[in-house]
Design a protein around this ligand. Structure first.
Ligand SMILES: OC[C@H]1O[C@H](O[C@H]2O[C@H](CO)[C@@H](O)[C@H](O)[C@H]2O)[C@H](O)[C@@H](O)[C@@H]1O
Length: 564
């Protein structure tokens, strides 16, 4: 009989919340009560920084005149914010990237179409808009800020995302490499490593309220790509200890799950699991509202952990994680072993083995090659379904048996998500011609490939990680996996998807003057939407993927960039 592990229930770890965050959440709730829900973004309030001590600020807040039902007037509230806070984002200052030039030597040599080349240079110049440095004020008084100090400049995604994000940084770096901005790319990695040194993992984002979770682990992929471009062995060597530490984090007791498979072998895989059972501070008012449908505190705490764990997945939110696709309270992320997370950890193992080999550490290299083989077998055994030609997320029954769970085919989630094809990105899979043939056929008939890109899922739930939204990371991993497979047919399919994806970015940019976080893959030039916040522009990962695609496939003179 499987023994339920304590870490499979609600009783996992919870990191400490700072007094500043606690206060800013109260401020956030007051802002909602005072200003109303129209155009309300809860994250704004936890991004404010103090002008003076928290105790002084708190007592001024307590002294605000209140009506009998406890509300504050709009004038008093706005006056208080003005007097006691610096604006959100003011603790990050613009900085010109040291290695930015308006047209780098050897920039996108295969892009010959003049119109596309001019646009690519505009996208390249957006790095200047997204480049920031943490202000010295944060170093002087860290307790006044939720922003965390980082030594090197950062690239922010854009708009409300005014701090560095973990997995976004991978596609930002891919774009920076196309822009030949190697120093900036290395600086981003140095910052992320400093977070591992301090917290034991790369945070979701560089804010005090993100310490309770990570995001899809792509640090090794950043180091690998920078190393293969620059040959900087010292950089590879310096990064290695952090990668080993990160590998431990993703295989820790809370993240790892053991499955007894159909052949009678024990397999170990990983899941998302946030160290948190409270509302996410950046969305506190929203999470409290969602949880208000639940009756008891224990059910609420469980939901809060699921909400934060879903944010750890980068896919916040999606029917992928919900028992009932129209009810967010049925999120069950901690009871799911996700295909893409394990593909990322497999890549981490392969990258560590590669980098250790380069830096002459044979023991580590052999150890991680073996770990990669074991994970590949586990992924084949737990996720792969030949009949569908996809890897399927695996659901643990009732979420209580993460140790010694016995595999059952009925626990594979047969719904189609773009993440079912992410293993294609990993060389251990895309080097197998027969497998690529099969997966390619199934991707073609999956319904995910739409007029202007790959849809996230087939379910139109209104959540941002569902149909008809498509986002840059998913387009990129699937396209790159197909392109690198060595199959001519797969490369041509990859190029076809990349061209559609470049077009949607171009047309939307010309229409709106901005690059977008996500797009509607049904309508060329339309950006995507979805519940928790309004559509954002900027946008780090879209810029990165456009530049990476243009670098890989070029753009001939006679190919039309418009949609028709
Ligand atoms: O504030 C709500 C959530 O916002 C972030 O998630 C979304 O934006 C990120 C930055 O582009 C992206 O990495 C993530 O995939 C998006 O879903 C944040 O990461 C969440 O933790 C946060 O709750």
């Amino acid at each position: 009989t499987p023994t339920p592990s304590p870490t499979c229930s609600n009783s996992g770890p919870v990191v400490r919340k700072t007094p500043l965050i606690t206060f800013l959440e109260i401020l956030q709730q007051t802002a909602l009560n005072t200003l109303g829900p129209k155009n309300f973004d809860p994250k704004l309030y936890v991004d404010l920084s103090l002008k003076s001590n928290l105790s002084i600020t708190q007592s001024a807040f307590d002294d605000l005149p209140r009506t009998p039902n406890g509300s504050v007037s709009v004038t008093d509230f706005n006056g208080f914010i003005q007097s006691y806070f610096n604006g959100a984002g003011e603790d990050l200052v613009y900085t010109e990237p040291v290695d930015f030039v308006s047209e780098p030597e050897g920039f996108l040599p295969e892009v010959v179409n003049r119109e596309v080349r001019a646009w690519a240079l505009e996208v390249h110049s957006l790095w200047k808009n997204l480049s920031r440095k943490v202000s010295d004020r944060v170093l002087d008084r860290p307790e006044f800020h939720t922003l965390l100090p980082l030594a090197k400049p950062v690239m922010i995604p854009g708009s409300r995302f005014r701090e560095v994000y973990y997995w976004d940084s991978y596609w930002v770096i891919r774009g920076l490499l196309a822009s030949k901005m190697y120093e900036t790319a290395k600086g981003i990695v140095t910052n992320l490593i400093s977070l591992i040194d301090e917290f034991g993992h790369v945070l979701n984002g560089a804010r005090a309220y993100y310490t309770n979770r990570s995001q899809p682990p792509l640090l090794s992929a950043m180091v690998y790509d920078i190393y293969t471009r620059t040959g900087d062995i010292d950089f590879a060597r310096k990064s290695s200890p952090a990668l080993l530490k990160e590998h431990k984090f993703w295989n820790s007791e809370i993240h790892s799950v053991r499955i007894h498979d159909a052949e009678g072998c024990n397999r170990t895989l990983s899941r998302y699991y946030a160290m948190w059972n409270k509302p996410r501070p950046e969305s506190s008012t929203i999470d409290i509202e969602t949880a208000s449908k639940l009756m008891n505190d224990s059910a609420k705490q469980h939901l809060y952990r699921e909400l934060a764990s879903t944010a750890e997945s980068g896919w916040d939110f999606s029917t992928r994680w919900m028992r009932n696709g129209s009810d967010l309270t049925t999120l069950a992320t901690t009871s799911i072993i996700p295909v893409d997370l394990n593909a990322f950890i497999l890549k981490m193992e392969l990258d560590i083995a590669f980098l250790a080999n380069v830096t002459g550490d044979c023991t580590i290299s052999v150890h991680f090659q073996e770990a990669a083989q074991a994970r590949k077998q586990a992924m084949n055994s737990v996720f792969w379904t030949a009949e569908m030609g996809q890897w399927l997320d695996y659901w643990l029954s009732n979420g209580t048996t993460c140790r010694g769970h016995t595999w059952e085919a009925s626990n594979q989630n047969r719904n189609i998500f773009a993440s079912n094809f992410v293993p294609l990105w990993i060389e251990l899979f895309n080097s197998d011609c027969t497998l690529v043939e099969q997966v390619m056929q199934d991707l073609r008939s999956s319904g995910l490939i739409r007029a202007v890109g790959i849809a996230t899922s087939l379910t139109n739930s209104g959540q941002q990680w569902d149909f008809p939204n498509g986002c840059a990371p998913l387009q990129h991993m699937i396209v790159e996996g197909l392109a690198r497979s060595g199959s001519k047919e797969a490369r041509s399919m990859a190029e076809d998807i990349a061209v559609r994806s470049i077009r949607i970015n171009y047309v939307a940019y010309k229409k709106s003057g901005a690059m977008h976080e996500k797009y509607d893959v049904e309508k060329c030039g339309e950006f995507g939407g979805g519940r928790e916040y309004i559509p954002q522009t900027g946008f780090g990962w879209s810029n990165g993927v456009v530049l990476a695609f243009l670098e890989e496939f070029g753009w001939p003179q006679d190919l039309n960039i418009d949609c028709n």
